[in-house]
Structures are given as C-alpha cells and as structure tokens.
Design a protein around this ligand. Structure first.
Ligand code: UD1
Length: 419
C-alpha cells in the first residue's frame, strides 16, 4: 500500500494549477446515462473516484474514452446499456456510485444499486434519495444489500428535502429531467457542483430553473441529447493549496481556480492573517505577511464553510496563535485526523462535534494513518510543517480525490515522495 514520505519545514513557492472538480465530474459522468448520444467532457480530474465511476459506467456497457493530456477530456456514450446495476464491489469503494440510481431509473425504468453502507465519516444514509424517488412513483425494494427501483415513467412531484443533501439533490435532479410533468425540489443543495450539473443537463435539453438556489424547478422532457461541457475547478483542492501556502509561510499562485466558489474559505483564512489576492482570471495568490492567528469555524452547507475543508483548516489552526473552536455540523464523526495530529504534538480536544485547537504547537514527524480523503490531505499538510520525517500511510484515500498531489507539492518545493 502506498505511503508518502515527507520531509517537513520547506517553504512552498511557485504556481500550481487546480484540476477539475471531482464532485462535479462524478454526477456529470452519471448524467451521461440520461441520453443515448455522446457526452463530451473536459477538465475531468485524473483521480481514483473518477476511474471508479468510469469502470461503473463501463460495467453497464457504456463506451467511455478518457484522454490524459490537457484538456483532460472524456467522452461517454451510453447507447447500449446491458445491465442497469451498480455492484457492491464498485459502490463500496465510492459512495458516489449511488448517483447512477436517479438517471438509470429515469431512462431505463429499472435500477439496482448496492447500498453504500457505513463510511469512515459517519452513517451517511441515502434515505432521502429513496423517499424522493418513491414520491416520483418509483417502486423501491431493499433486498440483499441492494436498492431496486422500478418505474415505467417517473412522475414529477414536490420534493422537500428534510436535510440538505448534495448527492441527493443531484440524483433527484437527474431523475426529474426525464420525468413526466413538473418536479419542485425545496431545501435543495446550493453547491456549485449542483449548479454545474444543472448547466450540463440544460445543454442536454433539460428544463431547469433555480439551480444554485434552495428551490429548483424541473419540467420533465421526453428525451435528452448529447453535448459538451467543461467541468468547474475543484474548490476543495484550491482551498487545500491555500492552506499549504499559508502554513509553510510560502507564496503560491493558484491558477485555473474559481475564486467566487471559495468565498467562505477566503474570508476565514483572511481572518487568520492570511493574505489572498485575486490576480488574473481564475488566479489567487496566497501569502502570510505576519503571524497566523486563531479563528473559530463552523462547517455549513454552501455557501458556508465546507465540511470538506474542515480537516485542512485544523492543520492551520495548530500553527495559529490562540484557540480555535472548530464545529462540524454536517457529519457526526469527522475528526479522525485530530488524534493523528495530537500524536504529532498538536493540542486538540475533541468533544462530540466540537474540536478545540490550541496553537501554535510545533509538530514532529512520525507515521500517521489517513482515514478518509480530506483527513489524509490534512495529514499531508501537517507533514509539510513538521520537523523531520513524516510517513502518511494509506494514501489511497488521497488518491481518490487529489490529482498528483505529491507532484504538485514537489513542484512548489516540498520534499515529498511516494513509497
Ligand atoms: C457530498 C460530497 C462530499 C461532501 C458532502 C457535504 C460528493 C460526491 N460528495 O457528499 O464530499 O463532504 O457532500 O458537503 O459530492 N443525509 C441523510 N440522508 C440522505 C442523504 C444525506 O441523512 O439520504 C445526511 C448525511 O448523513 C450528512 C448530511 O445529510 O449528515 C449531508 O450529506 P450529503 O450532502 O448527502 O453528502 P454527500 O452528498 O454524500
């Protein structure tokens, strides 16, 4: 199993190009199931979750062609689908496989998708996806660990999400575009990834209004067509590099990013003494003119501070002067990185959904274990500021969502290698 060896203490300097957003690309790839025509995509990050989604589509006999060189293109055509099933072997490695449920049942009238099961960061049920499909007329059975959904044609419905769910909103949006009549989604997720998916669907001929707000209206159509689309930049990867620049006292220019998706992160880092300046189109420069200072943070749905940036922010808090209270409101068990940081010398007390970080503390290198995708990013960041050598184990988690992170960090001057 791969690990990273990091020699900490290097100031990061230079330019890093941000990749396409994994969490936008995944539902967009699933949306290719909604048409028999070709969907041509660009800015698809080369990360493991994307390979898993491509495998899943190929398992259904979709034709998927990916090209590694810029513009990181991918073409998907789902003309002949032989079986509308997402097997456990693929779903267990990536929860987002559940995004095939909505489009499959909408276009083919039948889907069988393995339940994702537990996950390191909490229970993560899909009850809201299932309830919404039932309201749209699907007959759902849960048997042998699989969700089976059947519907001759889904019907439009009023869907109120009890809780804001990103993939739930995306799944039901994809189901609604081919349903009969109007679907209104309320308390919908407003994440930029939802809006990007809606933009693709509109190009495919869907009738959607209000994506990016809490109420989305969809008028179902009979058929969708092929199109081409460029995926938005990854705001979490960008946020991770902003933190990398800040904690190493470096100066990094991020290119190909979307500053307006990073408002909450930029505001919080600025409150900690980080200077972040917009330069050219899609560019942000980060540096720290003085000392880092503590600030409290609470994770929220977009446009609030993303839960996917919470772990990386914790690394920054260990290097900031004062006490930072970090409150996690989205997932119930998302502080596993804290105990690893404590092993490196951080002062962090976790109490339920709150973590209190006292800084600054020097971190010392040791062997640490990554428990999920964003936790592993935070531990790599910790390794960058630790003295002597840090080994980050189980980096397959980071490979799920960061494209060539060690190469990008090395280009900025970090001493990091994959073992
Ligand atoms: C997506 C992102 C993930 C991010 C998360 C929150 C993708 C592929 N993943 O995950 O990176 O951390 O949004 O921003 O885009 N819930 C239910 N029932 C449901 C669905 C969700 O109770 O049917 C709960 C979850 O347990 C969680 C909360 O709602 O507590 C939010 O989860 P959700 O937005 O669905 O997260 P994902 O879409 O899985």
């Amino acid at each position: 199993m791969d690990k990273f060896k990091i020699q900490g203490g290097r100031r990061l300097e230079g330019t890093v190009q941000i990749s396409g957003a994994k969490n936008a690309a995944l539902p967009i790839m699933a949306a290719a199931l909604l048409t028999s025509e070709k969907v041509q995509l660009e800015n698809i990050p080369r990360v493991r979750d994307i390979i898993t989604m491509a495998k899943l589509l190929a398992h259904m006999k979709a034709h998927v062609v990916a090209q590694d060189l810029p513009p990181s293109a991918m073409t998907i055509q789902t003309e002949q689908i032989s079986h509308t099933e997402a097997p456990y072997e693929l779903v267990k490695t990536m929860r987002a496989s559940v995004l095939t449920l909505g489009p499959l049942v909408a276009r083919f009238g039948y889907a069988r998708v393995s339940l994702p099961g537990g996950c390191a960061i909490g229970a993560r049920p899909i009850d809201l996806h299932i309830q919404a499909l039932e309201k749209m007329g699907a007959k759902i059975a849960i048997e042998h660990g699989y969700v089976e959904a059947r519907a001759e044609r889904l019907r439009g419905a009023e869907i109120h999400f009890e809780k804001i769910t990103v993939t739930g909103t995306e799944n039901i949006l994809m189901a609604a575009v081919l349903a009969e009549g109007e679907t209104v989604l309320t308390n919908a997720a407003r994440e930029p990834e939802v809006t990007d998916l809606a933009e693709l669907l509109v190009k495919m001929g869907a009738k959607i209004e209000g994506a990016g707000t809490e109420t989305i209206r969809v008028r179902g159509v009979e058929k969708l067509c092929g199109t081409s689309h460029r995926v938005i930049p990854d705001r979490i990867e960008a946020g991770t590099f902003l933190v990398a620049g800040a904690i190493t006292g470096g100066e990094i220019l991020l290119t190909s990013c979307e500053p307006k998706h990073l408002t909450a992160v930029i505001e919080k880092l600025t409150a900690c003494g980080v200077e972040i300046r917009a330069e050219g189109e899609g560019e942000l420069r980060v540096r720290v003119p003085g000392k880092l200072t503590a600030a409290d943070v609470t994770t929220e749905e977009y446009p609030g501070f993303a839960t996917d940036m919470q772990a990386q922010y914790m690394t920054l808090a260990t290097q900031a002067q004062g006490t930072s209270v970090i409150t996690e409101t989205i997932f119930e068990n998302r502080f596993m990185h804290a105990s690893e940081m404590v092993r490196m010398g951080a002062s962090i007390e976790v109490d339920g959904r709150k973590a209190v970080v006292h800084g600054p503390t020097p971190l010392s290198g040791t062997t640490i274990i990554a428990s999920d995708l964003r936790a592993s990013a935070s531990l790599v960041l910790a390794g960058l500021v630790a003295n002597n050598t840090t080994y980050v184990d189980r980096v397959y988690h980071i490979d799920r969502g960061y494209e060539r992170i060690e190469n990008k960090l090395r280009d900025l001057g970090a001493h990091i290698e994959r073992l």
